[in-house]
Design a protein around this ligand. Structure first.
Ligand code: EPZ
Length: 458
C-alpha cells in the first residue's frame, strides 16, 4: 500500500494549474456511452476513479484512449449491458452507467456501487426515478437487474437534492419518450457541466444549476461531441488550504473563482487574503489562521461536504474554537480520530455530526491512515503544517481524486513524497502521471490588491 511521507513546517509558495473536476468528468464518461458516437473529453484528470470508469467502458464494449489530457471514447454498435461486478463495486459513480445503459440497451445489470465509506450511500432516489421513467428493477443483496421497454419522460420530485440521482436521471431522460421534469434537483456546478456536455451531444435540457431541470427527450443524438471539463473546485480549495495552513501564498491557474464562492468567505474569515481574477485565484495566508465559529455542510450553493475534512484540519491549528457540522454524509468523521493522533483538540458530539475544535499552536507528525478520499487529503494538509514527519497510509484513497498531489505540493516547496509500504519512493503513484503543472499565469500576487468577494458570487 502506498503512503505519503511528509516533513512538515515548510511554507508553501508558488503557482499551480488545476486539472479537470473528478465529480464532473465521471458522470460525463458514463453519459458518453449513451449514443453510437465519438466523444472527446478534454481536461480529463488522470485519477484512479477515471481509470476505473474507463475499465467499465471497455468492459461493455467501448474503445477508449488517453490523448494527453483528453479522453477519447468511441461507443459503436451494441454495448454489453452486464457491468462486471469487480468494476462496479470499485466506486460510487458506477451507478451512473445505469441511466445510460437503460437508455441505450434497454437493460443494465450492475453490482451495487462501492465508494468511500462516508455513509450508507443509498441509491433509492436513483432507482425510484428510473422506475417512474419505466424501468423494471430487481434488486438482490449485491446486484441490480434492470430492464425497460423504453424509457419515458416523467415528473420526478427528489426527496433529497442528490447529485448522483440528478445526474443519473438527466442521462436517462435525454432519449426518453417525452418530457422529464426533475424537481429539487442538485444544483452543483458539476450538474451544469454534465448538462453542457449532454447539449453538445444534442440533448434538449434547460434549468441545470437550478432546482428544476426540464429535459425533452430527443430521438437522435450527434455522432461526435467534445467537451472541456470544468476545473476541480475541491482540488482548488484543498490547495488554497495548504497555503493557508503553512503561512504561505499560492496562485491557482485554470480555476473559476465563482465555483469557490461557497467556501471562499470562510477563508477570508480565517484571515486569508484572496485575489480572484478571471480564471485564477491567489491566496496570501496570515501568520496564524483565525477560528471560524460555525460551519455547516449543505447542498450547493451551501458549504460543500467535500471541503469539510480539509477545513477541520485547518481549524485544528486556528486561533480559537470552531464548530463544524456535517449534514450530508453520516460517517464523514473519520479524519477526527486521525487528526487527534497529531495533537488536534477535536471533540465529536454524540451523533458524530458536529466537530468541536479548539485550535492548537502546532500539530506534531504521526503515522495516520486515510479512511476515505477527503480524509486523506485533510491528513496530508495537517502533515504539511505539523512539526516533524507524518506518514499518511492508504494513499490510494487520495489518488482517487487528486491526479498529482505529491508532485504538485513538492513544486510548491513542501517536502512530500509517495512511498511504498517498505518506504521505497514511488513515482506517479496509482494514477497515471501527468496532471496540473506550474503555470506562469498573469495573476501573480505581485501588484494585486485584495478584491471584494463579489467576484466569487455565483
Ligand atoms: C457526489 O456523491 C460526489 N461524488 C461526492 O463526492 C459528493 O460529496 C456528493 O455528490 C455531494 O456533493 C461524485 O460526484 C462521484 P449524493 P453522491 O447522491 O452522488 C443520500 C468526493 O469526495 N442519498 O448527493 O453519492 C446519500 O446517502 C465525493 O469527491 C440517498 O439517500 O452524493 C448521502 O447521504 C464524496 N439516496 C446524500 O444523499 C440516493 O438515492 C448525498 O448523496 C442518493 C443519495
Amino acid at each position: 500500500m502506498r503512503q505519503y511521507k511528509i516533513l512538515g513546517g515548510q511554507r508553501l509558495s508558488g503557482e499551480i494549474a488545476i486539472g479537470g473536476a473528478k465529480n464532473a468528468v465521471l458522470p460525463i464518461i458514463a453519459a458518453a456511452c449513451l449514443n453510437q458516437s465519438e466523444v472527446y473529453i478534454h481536461n480529463c484528470p488522470r485519477i484512479s476513479d477515471v481509470l476505473d470508469s474507463v475499465e467499465i467502458l471497455e468492459c461493455i464494449g467501448c474503445s477508449v484512449e488517453f490523448l494527453g489530457n483528453t479522453l477519447k471514447i468511441s461507443s459503436s454498435a451494441g454495448l454489453k449491458y452486464d457491468v462486471p461486478d469487480e468494476c462496479a463495486t470499485k466506486m460510487r459513480s458506477s451507478i451512473l452507467f445505469l441511466g445510460a445503459l437503460l437508455s441505450r440497451e434497454k437493460r443494465a445489470n450492475l453490482a451495487l456501487p462501492g465508494g468511500c465509506s462516508i455513509g450508507e450511500r443509498a441509491i433509492d432516489l436513483h432507482l425510484h426515478g428510473l422506475e417512474l421513467m419505466g424501468a423494471k428493477i430487481t434488486r438482490t443483496e449485491e446486484k441490480l437487474f434492470c430492464e425497460t421497454e423504453g424509457l419515458r419522460g416523467a415528473k420526478i420530485n427528489l426527496a433529497f437534492a442528490s447529485v448522483g440521482a440528478t445526474e443519473n436521471l438527466m442521462i436517462a431522460a435525454v432519449k426518453a419518450r417525452g418530457e422529464t421534469i426533475i424537481e429539487n434537483a442538485a444544483r452543483e456546478p458539476e450538474i451544469v457541466d454534465l448538462a453542457r456536455f449532454l447539449k453538445t451531444l444534442g440533448a434538449n435540457i434547460r434549468g441545470a444549476g437550478t432546482k428544476t431541470i426540464v429535459i425533452k427527450g430527443v430521438d437522435r443524438l450527434n455522432s461526435h461531441a467534445s467537451h472541456e471539463t470544468m476545473p476541480d473546485r475541491i482540488v482548488a480549495g484543498t490547495y488554497l488550504l495548504a497555503a493557508a495552513m503553512t503561512g504561505g501564498e499560492i496562485t491557482l491557474a485554470n480555476v473559476r473563482p465563482f465555483d469557490l464562492a461557497p467556501f471562499a468567505s470562510y477563508l477570508t474569515e480565517m484571515g486569508c487574503k484572496l485575489y480572484p481574477d478571471d480564471n485564477c485565484v491567489s491566496l496570501a495566508a496570515p501568520k496564524r489562521l483565525l477560528a471560524v465559529p460555525r460551519i455547516t455542510t449543505k447542498v450547493h450553493p451551501g458549504f460543500p461536504t467535500d471541503m469539510q475534512a480539509q477545513f477541520v484540519a485547518a481549524l485544528s491549528i486556528a486561533d480559537g474554537q470552531s464548530e463544524v457540522t456535517e449534514t450530508i454524509f453520516e460517517e464523514r468523521y473519520k479524519h477526527v480520530q486521525e487528526l487527534r493522533k497529531m495533537g488536534a483538540d477535536i471533540r465529536l458530539t454524540a451523533d458524530k455530526k458536529t466537530f468541536i475544535t479548539k485550535g492548537v499552536e502546532r500539530l506534531h507528525g504521526a503515522t495516520v491512515t486515510a479512511h476515505d478520499l477527503r480524509c486523506g487529503a485533510a491528513l496530508v494538509l495537517a502533515g504539511l503544517a505539523a512539526e516533524g514527519e507524518t506518514l499518511v497510509k492508504d494513499a490510494q484513497y487520495v489518488e482517487r481524486g487528486y491526479a498529482s498531489l505529491e508532485s504538485d505540493l513538492r513544486s510548491l516547496g513542501t517536502e512530500i513524497c509517495l512511498v511504498g509500504a517498505g518506504g521505497e519512493a514511488v513515482f506517479g503513484g496509482g494514477a497515471l502521471v501527468g496532471g496540473a503543472s506550474p503555470l506562469f499565469s498573469d495573476c501573480s500576487l505581485v501588484g494585486m490588491s485584495p478584491r471584494s468577494l463579489d467576484s466569487f458570487r455565483v
